[in-house]
Every structure is written in structure tokens, then in C-alpha cells.
Ligand binder design. Structure first.
Ligand SMILES: Nc1nc2c(c(=O)[nH]1)N[C@H]1C(S)=C(S)[C@@H](COP(=O)(O)O)O[C@H]1N2
Ligand SMILES: [Mo]
Length: 285
């Protein structure tokens, strides 16, 4: 079982969808699962085939999905869940009805709701590198609130013919909460974007599924012209509350009009590039 892949956006073939997990279960056994988890699964002989040991999900000590009980969970490592269409009826999508798309594990800072030492770095093709605390963002730039749609690039994939690998989203990987933050353009202009700037590259502190701290879970970006438009924001609040752990606490990008994969959660760095960004899940098919 490997989580090594270089595919575009959501194409996590093996560690992800319940379909592939089931296949995996059929072709291996619980003993193999135990080996994978580095432990023995007690009473494994008594466990029904097809049962997914809960130890495979991220053990956070809290039920991250508690308030989202109407959602359909597509996979638990990484955690992915979509919203049944009949629950997508609000003008402003509430927390309870916002889909969840994790490519890695929720970082501890988000679970603890601890933003004390959070720094957002803006570097690369800029006149001045900025290192901003949450307080800096809130006090030095105009605060804006907008309702903006985020939609996973994989939304609708379940209906593809021929089928496509990755999470089998039907039509529920979309939402329109109200976001509060500052304009991405204002922050980039404060840093002073050089003529050599071509693209942004976004980084967060979520943890790779294989636990490797050196590896980025996902790092995508947008053309600099898009980043400098007035609509994209660096948000710290959703529907008037600090960003929830699943949705990017303490900071995330919201870039409307683009696949939501560029709307980086747990945002701690924007690298302004002199070439098209080539971060994790930017390259490949
Ligand atoms: N740091 C980080 N940002 C991320 C992701 C991620 O796995 N890690 N997933 C991306 C993808 S593919 C999507 S569709 C959206 C999902 O946002 P949501 O989980 O808040 O609904 O976040 C994007 N930003
Ligand atoms: Mo996505």
C-alpha cells in the first residue's frame, strides 16, 4: 500500500476511496492491516471481512465529523465527505453542510485551534518578503466578507464514462459559505510583486499521510494575474467564526472561479514564482 502519487488534484488511487479500500480488504487480510499499522489487531479472527479497522482513520481524540452527520463519507484517511444534494439548499452553506476534502491529515494546530505563533510568509518574486501574524493581517489590510463558492475539481467524477480513479464524488463537493479575511491582492501589493512574477505557489502545514514532515500534502497555485484580481481572499473566518479545523484553521485562501484545490487550507506561505508553480499535485496528468 503506497500513498506515493503525483497525480492531478484528487487522484489518490490507493489510500483513499472506499472502493479501493474494499478491494484491498478482499485481497489482503487483517493480519496485513495489523502489520501496516505496526500493531496486532486483537480478535482479528472474529472480525467480519470487509470491516475497516477504525485505527486507519486519523486518531484525533475527537469525532471530526460529529456535526456533519448528514454527509456521505467517501474515505476516512484522508477524510473526504460530500453533501447529499437535498441538503445543499442554504443560501449560505453552514458548517454542518460543507463538504470535506483532505489530501493529508488535519494538523495539530488546527485541532487545538492554536494560532499563537502562526506566520504567513509571502516570498519569492516580491520586493519585500512579508512575515505576517494573524493580527498583522487583521489590522494592516482592509477586512472583507464575501460569499464565495468552493467546488472540488473532482465534483461529478462518479458519473464519468469511462470511470476515473480518485474519490467518487457525485454532486456534493461544493459549497458557498461566507468568508472573512483580506484581499490576496492587497497583501501581494504590499509585498510588491516584481515584473518577473508568473504564478503563486501555496503551502499549508497539514501532514502527509505517510507522516513525512518534509513532504507537502498539496501545493497548488494560480497565474499571478488571477491572484491580483480583487475577488480572492486570505480568510480567517467562515460564517463569522474562526475557520474550523477541517476547513483550514487559522488561515486559508479562497480563490473563486478556480478548482478548490488552489484554495489552500492551513495557509502559511505564498511563494511568488517566476515560472508556473510545480508543487505537489500541480504536475502530472
Ligand atoms: N492544506 C490543504 N489545502 C487544501 C486541501 C488539502 O488537502 N490541504 N485540499 C484542497 C482541495 S482538493 C479542496 S476541494 C478544498 C476543499 O475544501 P474544504 O475541505 O474546506 O471543503 O481544499 C483545498 N485545500
Ligand atoms: Mo479538490
Amino acid at each position: 500500500m503506497t500513498t506515493e502519487h503525483n497525480n492531478f488534484d484528487d487522484q489518490d488511487r490507493i489510500a483513499n476511496g472506499s472502493n479501493s479500500r474494499r478491494t484491498f480488504m478482499k485481497t489482503t487480510g487483517l493480519t496485513a492491516f495489523g502489520a501496516l499499522l505496526g500493531m496486532t489487531i486483537p480478535f482479528e479472527r472474529n472480525i467480519q471481512s470487509g470491516f475497516i479497522p477504525v485505527a486507519l482513520a486519523q486518531d484525533t481524540g475527537v469525532d471530526l465529523m460529529a456535526a456533519k452527520n448528514g454527509l456521505v463519507v467517501l474515505g476516512d484517511r484522508p477524510l473526504n465527505a460530500e453533501v447529499p444534494a437535498h441538503l445543499l439548499d442554504d443560501d449560505i452553506t453552514p458548517y454542518e453542510r460543507l463538504f470535506v476534502r483532505m489530501n493529508g491529515l488535519v494538523p495539530q494546530t488546527a485541532l487545538d485551534q492554536n494560532a499563537e505563533n502562526w506566520i504567513l510568509t509571502i516570498d519569492g518574486e516580491v520586493e519585500t518578503t512579508l512575515e505576517l501574524t494573524l493580527e498583522d493581517l487583521k489590522s494592516r489590510f482592509e477586512n472583507v466578507t464575501s460569499r464565495l463558492v468552493i467546488e472540488c475539481g473532482g465534483n461529478g467524477r462518479a458519473f464519468f464514462q469511462p470511470g476515473a480513479s480518485g474519490n467518487q464524488w457525485t454532486i456534493g463537493a461544493v459549497g458557498c459559505p461566507e468568508w472573512t479575511g483580506v484581499r490576496l491582492a492587497d497583501v501581494l501589493n504590499e509585498a510588491g510583486v516584481k515584473d518577473s512574477a508568473v504564478y503563486t505557489g501555496h503551502y499549508g502545514n497539514d501532514v502527509h499521510l505517510n507522516g513525512d514532515d518534509e513532504k507537502d500534502v498539496i501545493s497548488r497555485g494560480v497565474p499571478i494575474d488571477k491572484a491580483l484580481q480583487q475577488d480572492a481572499i486570505i480568510a480567517w473566518a467562515m460564517n463569522g467564526e474562526p475557520l474550523p479545523a477541517l476547513h483550514g484553521f487559522p488561515l486559508r485562501l479562497i480563490v473563486p472561479g478556480y478548482p478548490a484545490s488552489v484554495s489552500q487550507k492551513y495557509l502559511n506561505r505564498i511563494w511568488v514564482r517566476n515560472q508556473e508553480h510545480d508543487g505537489a499535485k500541480m504536475t502530472g496528468d
